[in-house]
Design a protein around this ligand. Structure first.
Ligand code: ADP
Ligand code: MG
Length: 332
């Protein structure tokens, strides 16, 4: 039976619509979720074609970060770090904790001890992040610094030994970066090609922002409302250590959470240090180390580390850039 004219037109229109729908690129999907982890807000953004796999990957990435927190938080009684801290002798830790300790040890040695994962007792006596912080006496500080430093830890595969049983490990300067790396790894394995994981200023980017770079703002260390600078980046980690995140003030002096292991006091030479590196664990540890070393020695140290760059803000607010960042920073 021949088609009636209106029916034929309708059919043609239907076919055209179907063809158009197939030709059109699917709308890019963006999944953005936040969770409180490791004492900070963690935001994950994942971009791609299909929403559901992105949602699943982001859920998995948060789960992986939660696992790192369970292993490396000193205050969770069954964590690797808590077991290490209460142990008298050698302890077997998970491969993740062993990897963090090994990288931290490398940074500790390369920075001449400015980065120090053994200053747990010092952190406790200051109580910077506690409700009642306290300025310790010279005697208290001397006791907390006794027998600490890179040589106080012995690593052999997954086995960790302490030089003295009173030694207290603190991975606060590196574990968050490592957790960010884990999240990125989970996203990448799930097939996500464009993502950003931001744990309170510890950021790592997977790919670009769908054909454009990601725009990353660097917080102004003295004006919470303002950006100091912005960077256009892809496929890199960018981490900032600042004296403005966790601190208390007494008689006009700012006491913050980044300690100089030589003096046992908060490091005084910088307001903030931002480091770019291939992984967030490296960038996290390098930023803490360079902050302690100060703008000059810190810059030399970061430039000696392969594929790392830095933006350092000195105590007087002046900014220093490593060679590879000179043409890449945008000022407001
Ligand atoms: P944040 O945790 O605010 O992002 P950092 O990554 O710089 O900042 O880490 C700060 C934490 O690192 C402190 O809270 C403490 O646990 C630990 N820390 C402080 N001083 C040092 C140091 N010299 N070396 C290694 N870790 C340190
Ligand atoms: Mg750090």
């Amino acid at each position: 039976m021949p088609l009636t004219r209106p029916l034929a037109i309708l059919l043609l229109l239907g076919l055209l619509a179907l063809f158009a729908a197939q030709r059109c690129d699917p709308e890019p999907q963006s999944v953005s979720r936040s969770r409180l982890l490791m004492g900070t807000v963690v935001e994950i953004i994942a971009l791609g074609d299909k929403r559901e796999p992105l949602e699943e990957a982001v859920t998995e990435a948060f789960r992986a970060m939660g696992r790192i927190e369970e292993l490396m938080s000193a205050s969770l009684p069954h964590s690797d770090v808590a077991r290490l801290n209460t142990a008298a002798a050698t302890v077997e830790v998970t491969p993740e904790t062993a990897a963090v300790l090994a990288l931290g040890q490398q940074v500790a040695v390369a920075s001449g001890g400015a980065f120090d994962m053994t200053l747990g007792r010092l952190k406790t006596i200051w109580g910077i992040e506690e409700a009642e912080p306290h300025i310790p006496s010279a005697e208290e500080i001397a006791a907390a610094l006794a027998d600490i430093g890179p040589r106080a830890l012995h690593l052999e595969g997954n086995r960790v030994g302490k030089q003295a049983s009173a030694l207290r490990i603190d991975l606060g300067g590196i574990a968050k970066g490592f957790a960010v790396d884990r999240a990125i790894e989970v996203l990448r394995r799930a097939g996500v090609a464009h993502a950003s994981v931001n744990a309170g200023g510890d950021i790592r980017l997977l790919g670009d922002h769908l054909g454009r770079p990601w725009r990353i703002g660097i917080q102004h260390p003295r004006n919470p409302q303002a950006m100091l600078a912005t960077l256009e980046l892809e496929q890199v980690a960018v981490v900032t250590s600042g004296d403005y995140e966790r601190f208390f003030e007494r008689e006009g002096v700012r006491y913050h959470h980044l300690f100089d292991p030589r003096s046992g006091h908060p490091a005084a030479l910088c307001q903030s240090v931002t480091v770019l590196a291939p992984t967030a664990a490296e960038a996290d540890a390098l930023a803490t180390a360079a902050f302690v070393l100060g703008p000059e020695a810190g810059l030399r140290f970061v430039e000696s580390w392969p594929r790392a760059e830095a933006l350092l803000v000195a105590a007087d607010g002046s900014v220093t850039l490593s060679a590879g960042l000179k043409d890449r920073v945008q000022w407001p």
